[in-house]
Design a protein around this ligand. Structure first.
Ligand SMILES: CC(C)(COP(=O)(O)OP(=O)(O)OC[C@H]1O[C@@H](n2cnc3c(N)ncnc32)[C@H](O)[C@@H]1OP(=O)(O)O)[C@@H](O)C(=O)NCCC(=O)NCCS
Length: 212
């Protein structure tokens, strides 16, 4: 079986996973839709399929052979752990980029990265592996986004911003051009970030300040 026709599994069955299936299900790429074989979860799956797609455990999914997986889990640490575990099973990380995404030139997008509808990823930006770019997010020119980072939707990452690995940026945040957000930081929903954010720091508000 070549990479082109592997079955696809969506890892996760929360809201993000069911949304991802919806974008694929109602998207224009019928070949992609037909490759989706299952949702896969840890724990007890529901007995009934969801919209015709079965929900399996990892072991049940072994019968599908070497699948391509799309990680639909929003927490950066979970995506880092799960991607390592699924790679070790011989599963292949897939990309998903919704057909409505606007893509610039000299843009790099790492394996496993998922881009939901109505996003723009601008020229000369570098997006790492297993990054989640939720709907309506704009990533400006020359930005660098580290692996496992979650951009939870409706976010404006302006030009030349550097976001580290495993950062969580809440919905609707705005990041001032050229600022740096360190590894493992958390930016609250609706924040406006005017200053660099240190690694591991949580900030929120307008202007964004450290929590506590
Ligand atoms: C910033 C964040 C991580 C803090 O989470 P937390 O540590 O659990 O904080 P709490 O919910 O206990 O809130 C602590 C205080 O900060 C305030 N606060 C929390 N997040 C805030 C935000 N984004 N903007 C303004 N105030 C906020 C709370 O109102 C609370 O204030 P209070 O003590 O006066 O009532 C979280 O609120 C957040 O914004 N997460 C992102 C969520 C998101 O975008 N989800 C997308 C869905 S897909």
């Amino acid at each position: 079986m070549t990479a082109i026709n592997r079955r696809i599994v969506i890892f996760g069955f929360g809201g993000l996973a069911r949304e991802l299936w919806g974008w694929i299900r109602n998207g224009k790429d019928s070949a992609l839709r037909e490759r989706v074989a299952a949702f896969v979860i840890d724990g007890e799956p529901p007995a009934d399929p969801y919209d015709g797609i079965p929900v399996l455990t990892r072991d049940d999914a072994a019968s599908l052979g070497s699948v391509e997986y799309l990680l639909a889990v929003s927490e950066p640490a979970a995506r880092k752990r799960l991607s390592a575990e699924l790679d070790a099973r011989g599963w292949v990380a897939g990309n998903y980029i919704h057909e409505s995404a606007m893509l610039g030139v000299n843009l790099s997008i790492g394996r496993g990265t998922i881009v939901f509808p109505r996003c723009s990823l601008s020229s000369d930006a570098a997006i790492g592996e297993h990054v989640l770019v939720n709907g309506g997010t704009a990533i400006g020119h020359d930005c660098i986004i580290g692996s496992y980072t979650s951009l939870l939707g409706g976010i404006s990452v302006n030009g030349n911003v550097i976001i580290g690995e495993s950062v969580l940026v809440g919905a609707g945040a705005i990041i001032y051009p050229g600022k740096t957000i360190g590894d493992g930081a958390i930016v609250g929903m609706g924040s406006v970030v005017f200053r660099d954010v240190a690694a591991g720091q949580t900030v929120y508000g307008n202007p964004a300040k450290p929590l506590g």
